[in-house]
Ligand binder design. Structure first.
Ligand SMILES: Cc1ncc(COP(=O)(O)O)c(C=O)c1O
Length: 398
């Protein structure tokens, strides 16, 4: 069969590839500490699973409206009003099969050949490939010297007449960087002068924040720009529901309708039973969300202490999400016990998987070579065990 240029351009997600390598090793009986895949280790709260069970037993097993059930869209609109101060109603909300599918839909609904999307690096692995699949050009802006965040000057320099999107992700996967309200306001000042640029805010890690300051998103900070902001969120990370595949987005009605048009010709609607579960997640008790946030913060502190003791590694403590981006430049160029020189972060991640049984994702996948991403959404004990094994493997390098 012939393959399209579109699919030939795209890479397999590096995170998924690493997680599969780790799974294969685990299946062959080797102990593997999988700190590669980014998902909560907590179980979906019971009241959510029970709501899904009830929905399935009571026959809510049919197609729903393309953009999602009315009850869920109402609950999402309420979430955006309550948590984010957005002026949002159900008719400006779309529910999809995860935030990922909605981002993909949004890019497909808006980009023509050669249009550009500005992506601050380090970035979530999927953005550049999604942009390319949508026939666009990812315009990656290196933010490694500016706290892993794009500055107003760097944004201004990256905007061209072909720029269609700025993709912001805060808290960021993989860096854990968080944009403050003031930082967003400074970016908004640049964007006001660039009326053709839309802003995608991927807020999927909103609830995993360690700054102590309230979460900020562009449409709230700069309501005058809301007509060109797409705010994307979901229950995957906040409610430990990655497998249920429910995300949601809000933006200008015309654009949400365009996304729904694409969805109507592709997935039709997100799973009806999962939508019932997401409704329970948004409208039920929220105490677990805060308990988990605290647990992640404790794990972050433990993992940071462990990293500081490891030879050749350095990292800044993430302000949100559940990843640490570890600089490993001092290790690159060292030799493994078998004499092979470790020339890249990819080679280092392979060495750590083979020798220490620890799966981490190389920074190259996120547009930041000489780094490794560690996911600490695992029990504190497992993360510390993995760090101990890593420490031994690193000490064996010369
Ligand atoms: C930054 C970012 N956006 C979106 C997603 C996808 O979320 P969902 O599970 O809702 O598709 C992820 C998942 O890892 C992510 O890290």
């Amino acid at each position: 069969m012939h393959l399209s240029q579109r699919v030939l351009k795209a890479r397999v997600s590096g995170t998924i590839r690493l997680a599969e390598m780790a799974r294969e090793r685990a299946a062959s009986g080797v102990t593997v500490h999988d700190l590669a895949e980014g998902e909560p280790d907590f179980d979906t709260p019971r009241h959510i699973t029970e709501a899904a069970h009830r929905a399935a037993l009571s026959g809510r097993t049919r197609y729903t409206s393309v953009a999602g059930t009315q009850e869920l869209r109402d609950a999402v609109a309420e979430k955006f009003r309550r948590d984010n101060g957005l002026k949002c109603t159900a008719d400006t909300v779309i529910v999809g099969t995860g935030a990922k599918q909605l981002i993909f839909n949004a890019l497909l609904a808006s980009m023509n050949g050669g249009d550009e999307a500005i992506i601050p690096a380090p970035y979530w692995v999927s953005y550049p490939d999604m942009v390319m699949i949508a026939d666009g050009l990812p315009k990656v802006v290196d933010c490694s010297e500016t706290g892993f965040k794009i500055t107003p000057d760097a944004l201004l320099a990256a905007i061209t007449p072909r720029t269609r999107w700025l993709i912001l992700n805060s808290p960021c996967n993989p860096s854990g960087a968080v944009y403050s309200a003031d930082e967003l306001a400074a970016l908004a000042a640049v964007l006001r002068e660039a009326p053709d640029v839309a802003i995608m805010c991927d807020d999927i890690y909103e609830k995993i924040l360690f700054t102590g300051a309230p979460f900020a998103t562009m449409a709230e900070v700069a309501p005058d720009l809301a007509a060109r902001v797409l705010t994307v969120n979901g229950v995957s990370k906040s409610h430990a529901m990655t497998g249920w595949r429910i995300g949601f987005a809000t933006g200008p009605k015309g654009f949400i309708d365009a996304m729904a048009k694409l969805q109507g010709q592709s997935t039709t609607n997100a799973s009806s039973v999962s939508q019932a579960a997401a409704l329970a997640a948004l409208t039920g008790p929220q105490d677990q969300v805060e308990d988990w946030r605290r647990a992640y913060q404790r794990r972050r502190d433990k993992v940071m202490a462990a990293i500081r003791t490891m030879p050749g590694l350095q990292a800044r403590a993430p302000d949100g999400a559940f990843y640490v981006l570890i600089g490993c430049g001092a290790v690159i160029g060292k030799a493994r016990p078998d004499g092979t020189v470790i020339e890249t972060d990819i080679a280092l991640s392979e060495y750590l998987l083979e020798t220490a049984g620890v799966a981490l994702v190389p920074g190259t996948e996120f547009g930041i070579p000489c780094h490794l991403r560690l996911c600490f959404a695992k029990s504190g004990k497992e993360v510390l065990l993995a760090c101990a094994e890593m420490g031994k493997a690193l000490a064996a390098l010369s």
